[in-house]
Ligand binder design. Sequence first.
Ligand SMILES: [Zn+2]
Length: 321
Amino acid sequence: MRYIVGIDIGGTNIVAGTVAEDGSELLGLVSQPTIAEQGADAVMQRIVKLARASMAQARGKEIAGVGIGSPGPLNTKTGIVLLTPNLGWTNFPLRDRLGQALGLPATLDNDANCAIFGEWWRGAATGAKYVIGLTLGTGIGGGIVIDGEIYHGVTDVAGEFGHVTIDANGRRCKCGNYGCIEAYAAGPAIAERAIEGIQSGVETSLSQYVQGDLTKITAQIVYEAANDGDEWALDVVHETARLLGAAVASFINIFNPEVVVICGGVTQAGDKLFHPLRSEVKRRAFKPAWEACKIVPGTLPGTAGVYGAAAVFIQKHWGLR
Ligand SMILES: [Zn+2]
């Protein structure tokens, strides 16, 4: 049995793990904060250290390569990350730099593509032929898996579901567009909408969760308050579900998938999110499309990206089973 190091590079954390080629085992799962402020080279060194730490925990196993999932845009053929403002990388040859540092062949793909591919390989969408997925975190990423392959489009941009416009005159998004779903339903946007309500005088216990310091409100705190029964927090979660539902209805009409898998912190909201989301999809999408489609949370929290990054390597070199 061969093993592959899977690396998931996020804006907040870097996660590495050593995955068996048949996906049956994940060894040496390690993670560290990214600390992007320290610059591109410091981040690079941290990735190398983390990969080595994971391999050390898989001692005695045959390590055949390394699969990397990184924020993009990036070029999967050249292995170059074109521009990631959060990590300070511009035209950065991540795949080759990391491969050389570790002395291993390497592959590179988009982080969200990897997460959805991981959920297809060993998670919530196993066995499905047509899969789309969203990763909900600091931003919203997406991935498309058709017939067991990631669909990349002509220049590796396909599946950027977070930057679909849901309101042509809406909120400014970090990508430069207006009204992207990310500007409403990513973690920081959820917190922002909750804070706006407090500032306009709605009745809510939310500020008690942060001792009155509204800047400390996060999406997690909004879910917590919603679970405790706070009406405004519940409204914010329902509105998030409604907006996501509108976006997902469009994706379902376009792709007619068997499974929509939703990964990330937002899934902590559980049925409070998924129930209204599914109703909204039913209200908007074509019946034969939503009838045939499961909308489910990911089942590999924190590790989908590691599994997927390894799977990209395996598929490229030997094909997946
Ligand atoms: Zn955008």
